[in-house]
Design a protein around this ligand. Sequence first.
Ligand SMILES: [Zn+2]
Length: 290
Amino acid sequence: MKILLTAPPGMGKSTILEKVVRGFDGKHYGIVAREVLDESGKRIGFTSINPSGQSQQFMFYTESPSAESIGGQFDVDIKAIDDFVVPELKKGMTDSSALIFVDEIGRAQAKSPLFLQTLRQIFAAKCNVLGSIVYEDEPWSLEFKRDANVCLLEVNRRNRDFLPGILLAAFCNRSLFEMMNIEQQQQSMRFLHERIQNEEFNAAQKIFRNAIPYVVEKRIELVEEGAESRVYHIVGRTSGHRLECDVEAGEFRCDCDLSNGRGSYAGKAEICSHQMAVRLYELGLAARLV
Ligand SMILES: [Zn+2]
């Protein structure tokens, strides 16, 4: 599972990433980036910190910037990135149940060809990644942002308090996620992206806490199949649900409270885990028929 956060500076990406790393239930490897301030509080650079607390400064304030300087005031020590950041990222590559966190994937890091090559290897490998990436669509960043297996989430003031819980639900259910086929995994990531965009934060958590378990634990049963509709029964966490799919319109109707905005979700209807589960289940069936 690979998730990238993006936002203009100061939106709280690093805070979200730290909360997820702290709550993660497995091994984690990676790097966080921190400002370096002088005694007067002036920013004089950035440093990378690994999970053991060791650090290595990789950006330095310069009085005489060159065309290569970042933001017209910081020089990058590419060797520090290659010798300190890259090995930390590689440590997690062979552990498919671990989390690799990369804060951040920015202009400074992109100056290192070795960093970008390592990132490509990590993105191609079967490992779990949570990173923050530059907000602007810089050409080098697009291959990561547009990777079909990556969910790119834009952090804003409305979603940033919800994201740690949602991302923890995602990464802590990674073993169930891995049990689905690639189309189902990619659809789950599209569900996550849509839910965050639509600010359906209950539903976003339920993708991982409910919908994916329903699929993997075979809690979905097709009970009626006609030319115009299919009816499913889903054994939910607390009760069973009936979900009808209108074949032609591609629409779903579920009897649960969340999709109807009733009960504890009064006035706050969101797409329900049952509908998402059935859509993932049908993708699984389609794959088996090929
Ligand atoms: Zn439902």
